[in-house]
Design a protein around this ligand. Sequence first.
Ligand code: ZN
Length: 253
Amino acid sequence: MAARHDLTTDPRLQEELLQARRGTAFFARKLNELTDAELDGGTLLPDWNRRHVIAHVGYNARAIARLVEWAATGVETPMYPSAEARNQEINFGATLSPIALRNLFDHSAVHLSVEWRDLPEANWANEVRTAQGRNVLATETVWMRTREVWIHSIDLANGATFNDIPTTVLERLLGDITSAWKTRGTDTGLLIKVTNTAGNGTDLTLGDTTATDPTIITGPLPAVVEWATGRGRNGIAALGAATATVPAAPTWI
Ligand code: ZN
């Protein structure tokens, strides 16, 4: 019989599940604020309208649910058969009727939540593989989904901002992004200083901390993350030698 509560008793994981579900509820709220006609409108992503974003978020839940099922059964079920199949699926999803598109989001989100809920404690330590080929523990699927729902709710471009994202999520996001830059060596000479203007969260220094004369990107946490994800330059400043304007952030994904 299915459980009515999450089987995991790990408080940290429970907190992470809460953030993922809150993000999902937030995305649902922004989606519900859009009329059917507005689904055709543009987003913060260059080639995607809202239909593409909604389809992607729905199929992403299904793909992540496949990883949770993999952790549950030991039977390898990848997120997507291939990158092409993933993109084709999104393009197809974008052509669905508004009601079908909304159902795709709702049903896939509920399904994923149930897969997480019913995953036994021990299985959360099982390894699965992401679409990028990274081997991760099943616990990572919670964070993978958290990033998606929060960021893409902003991409819907109907009022959500990075200020809506919880501080702990923003901090982890910035950590992910700057470590991806470091791995690729694209952060050379770029120092990120987050100022704690809101009184919550901490002052953070990330990026190329060994540079002698770095370009310093500074601002409050939501603005820095907005910039780091390539979604805007509001509220941040660039300091340092030969820097008059804020440069574009290195590519993240
Ligand atoms: Zn995405």
